[in-house]
Write a protein that binds this ligand. Structure first.
Ligand code: AMP
Length: 250
């Protein structure tokens, strides 16, 4: 069984992002970029399925600027067999990515696509769902456990206040939640090996997909700064302020 794993290059999760002074977006010049953490979990899950003998080939795919190649090399260092870069300088929105991924699915015919549940830069949580709709495939989002046997995937999903287990017939879409697994560290020998793995370079035009943005970002703003706190003289003043100023107790 072939698995496709879409991986997005995003600002590293340890970086404190800054909004550009003209409020058009986030400043990514000279900022450390990494693979979206949920996508690392997706690659790890695909590799574990391959180690169990359920999966025969893992294809990592990334859409965006030429530097996404680094993200794809990381995916191959974790264990993906080959990679596809869909290179474009256009700012990609989830629908455009879903259309590109649909075109890759049509070409590669995988039986499973494992995506991250959301990209930590746009926090959209849309691409997997849109891809499932475009392909008319069943989907299990927010997966915390995946089992595959006899052409069926049994997926435990993290839902509010509990867990839900669903069964899907393949081909299917799964999106990963944080607790699905802990991705392995990438070792130097595997980084070296990944350099030799095949990386195909495509353009959106090669896949016949129009990636022009459908939404316009009007403004990006920092969260409001917290106001300075004060020290109160005694408990009575504190209770008075909580009652009459903050109005959080009666
Ligand atoms: P989003 O809908 O933007 O929150 O992204 C959800 C998931 O879709 C990510 O975790 C990735 O698996 C996939 N994805 C989104 N954008 C891209 C991209 N440009 N290239 C590859 N995969 C992507």
């Amino acid at each position: 069984m072939k698995v496709l794993v879409p991986v997005k290059r995003v600002v590293d999760y340890n970086v404190k992002v800054r909004v550009k002074s003209d409020q058009t977006g986030v400043d990514i010049a000279n900022v450390k970029m990494s693979m979206n953490p949920f996508d690392e979990i997706a690659v790890e899950e695909a590799v574990r399925l391959k180690e169990k003998g359920v999966v025969s080939e893992i294809i990592a795919v990334s859409a965006g600027v030429a530097q996404c190649q680094e993200t794809l090399r990381t995916a191959m260092a974790i264990g993906a067999d080959r990679a596809i870069l869909i290179e474009t300088g256009v700012e990609l929105q989830p629908l455009a990515v879903a259309k590109l991924l649909k075109a890759v699915v049509d070409k590669e015919q995988p039986e499973l696509v494992i995506l991250g549940k959301q990209a930590i830069d746009d926090d959209a949580n849309q691409t997997g769902q849109m891809l499932a709709a475009l392909l008319d495939w069943p989907q299990a989002t927010f997966a915390s456990k995946v089992e595959i046997a006899d052409g069926k995937a049994t997926v435990t999903r993290e839902v509010d206040g509990g867990l839900e287990t669903v069964a899907l017939t393949m081909p299917a879409i799964i999106t990963t939640d944080l607790r699905l697994n802990e991705p392995r560290y990438v070792t130097l020998p595997n980084i070296m090996k990944a350099k030799k793995k095949p990386l195909e370079n495509l353009k959106p035009e090669d896949l016949g997909v129009d990636v022009e943005p459908r939404l316009k970002t009007l403004k990006v703003a920092e969260p409001a700064g917290r106001q300075a706190g004060i020290k109160v003289a005694d408990v009575d003043t504190l209770v008075d302020k909580l009652k009459n100023e903050a109005k959080v107790i009666k």
